[in-house]
Ligand binder design. Structure first.
Ligand code: CA
Length: 519
């Protein structure tokens, strides 16, 4: 038996809908209340609901995602070659903090079990991080970490993991270039992520440009004095120190130093904290046309729940919100927030222009195969992760979060760079939606992965934590999946549940965003 034709239309004005059926729909299929398909339309791709004349707008999410390059008859497949992409919205004359949405009602009574830190932040995991000033030390540190995990970690059962903060920065770079502050503060703030319990340990080579004192200047580690370790200064193992005779001496020094931190971390216990202590970073990767229909709207609903519960939510991926800038500046809580949004968009426009491209360089072959014609369509589906709350803050890349509520943390859309910058902002839980599928994970925080399609959720049954494809199937609503995600977050944050990425110990590299020159 063939399943009935199922199409999804996002807005009453839309003149296209996307095909939801697995495997797409064949030519000759009659759409319910719509035209007969003139050609095969793959799953996730758009079909013209009415005749669209050449140069007329193709409307999805109620806005023009492009203009017809030729006459498109009703029932035709509207693929990217039939669309002319609109110009990017200029950054002048934007609506500034004009949105008068109903205030969201507070959501009370939700809590999780977390690790309270001396600086007031809360960890969802209890991890020893070993900061590295430079890539040169990565191989040796990795061997030391293997030994720490094998020999020490079993003796400290309350510590979840030991993570080396490996990266490609630290030397051979123009460290005094204005933009060098971005990778440096990113690494600094990652070292202070709430999941690392305020324990900062550094492995340095000795001759590198990024010296430990530059990475973590005095006062950078909050409340270090309270623990009494400030007198001893920053805890650094310097490999070129004369005291280390031979390779094993360096490994031993790292292992020995790590044990001091493990002892303190192991003494910590989870305690009940309100849901407002969650700092959730949301992003998408390997998107398809369902991302903006199922998973991202469910995440957006959950974002509103989190904001109502007093928590912090970070949304990012500047090239994927650039085409929605007018929506964002309108939603800004204050004119200052709107101006900060414009500042970040302008910065990214200039950064891309310097490289000879624009925001349209974002889309991938997989996005297009999945039905996303261009960055405008992708952006409209991406931005819904931010829900409907007012935007109460903006972070430049690598900055650390200081406020509750919904914050735009400016980052590239690259999954690893975005995740790395959200870690620096202070994220203690990560939500990642995917349509094409990626086994993405991070070592420092749990990553909850949400599938946009049931076919992906079935195929990757032991990688996807939530199946938002049920929204397209008609077996769950956006609200159902949003609440499911909210409850799952509290379970994962409490350590009662592990994500699939944690189960398989999957994690991607930290990738520092370095817009400054390499020398
Ligand atoms: Ca991404």
């Amino acid at each position: 038996m063939t399943a009935p034709a199922l199409t999804l239309r996002m807005h009453g004005r839309d003149n296209v809908a996307i095909v939801a059926n697995d495997g797409g729909l064949a030519a000759g299929t009659a759409l319910p209340g719509g035209p007969v398909l003139r050609e095969r339309v793959p799953q996730g791709h758009k079909v013209a609901l009415v005749d669209i004349a050449a140069d007329a707008p193709v409307l999805r999410y109620g806005i023009p995602i492009g203009f017809a390059r030729e006459d498109i008859a009703a029932g035709s497949w509207v693929h990217e070659r039939r669309l002319q992409m609109p110009q990017a919205r200029g950054l002048d004359d934007l609506p500034i903090a004009t949105s008068r949405a109903e205030p969201l009602l507070p959501l009370q009574g939700y809590a999780f079990e977390g690790y309270r830190n001396a600086d007031g932040s809360v960890g969802t995991r209890n991890i020893l991080a070993i900061t590295q000033t430079v890539q040169c030390v990565a191989g040796l540190t990795d061997l030391a970490v293997q030994r720490i995990k094998a020999e020490l970690l079993p003796r400290y059962p309350n510590v979840d993991d030991v993570v080396a903060l490996e990266h490609g920065y630290g030397c051979g770079v123009a460290i005094d270039a204005p933009d060098a502050e971005i990778p440096i503060r990113t690494l600094r703030h990652i070292s202070l992520n709430p999941n690392f319990g305020g324990e900062v340990m550094v492995v340095s080579l000795g001759c590198e440009k990024l010296q430990p004192e530059r990475l973590l200047p005095p006062g950078a580690i909050p409340l270090q004095d309270a623990r009494g370790s400030a007198a001893a200064g920053l805890d650094v193992v310097c490999l070129q120190d004369d005291a280390h005779i031979g390779f094993m001496a360096m490994v031993e020094a790292i292992v020995r130093q790590a044990e001091e931190h493990l002892k303190r971390l192991d003494a910590r216990r989870r305690e009940t904290v309100p849901a407002s202590e969650l700092v959730v970073g949301v992003q998408c990767g390997g998107s398809d046309a369902f991302s903006g229909v199922t998973a991202n709207p469910a995440v957006g609903f959950c974002t509103d729940l989190l904001v109502r519960a007093g928590a912090s939510v970070l949304f990012s991926e500047t090239t994927e919100v650039r085409d929605g800038i007018a929506q964002l500046t309108a939603r800004a809580a204050t004119p200052e927030v709107a101006q900060a949004l414009i500042r970040e968009m302008a910065w990214t426009d200039a950064y891309l222009k310097r490289g000879g491209v624009d925001r349209s360089a974002n889309t991938t072959p997989g996005n297009k195969a999945g039905g996303l014609s261009n960055i405008v369509e992708k952006a409209m589906g991406s931005i819904v992760k931010s829900g409907s709350a007012p935007i109460s803050g903006v972070l430049a890349p690598g900055e650390k979060l200081q406020t509750k509520g919904l914050t735009f943390a400016a980052t590239p859309a690259s999954d690893f760079i975005c995740g790395t910058l959200q870690l620096a902002a202070g994220m203690n839980l990560h939500v990642f939606t995917t349509g094409r599928g990626t086994p993405y994970g991070l070592a420092a925080v749990p990553v909850i992965k949400v599938a946009t399609r049931s076919a992906l959720a079935r195929r990757w049954h032991d990688l996807m934590d939530v199946n938002a494809g049920r929204i397209a199937d008609g077996t769950a609503t956006i609200e159902d999946v949003g609440w499911e995600l909210f409850h799952l977050m509290l379970e994962v944050a409490s350590g009662r549940k592990k994500t699939w990425a944690e189960h398989w110990k999957l994690h991607n590299a930290l990738v520092l965003f370095n817009p400054a020159p390499v020398t």
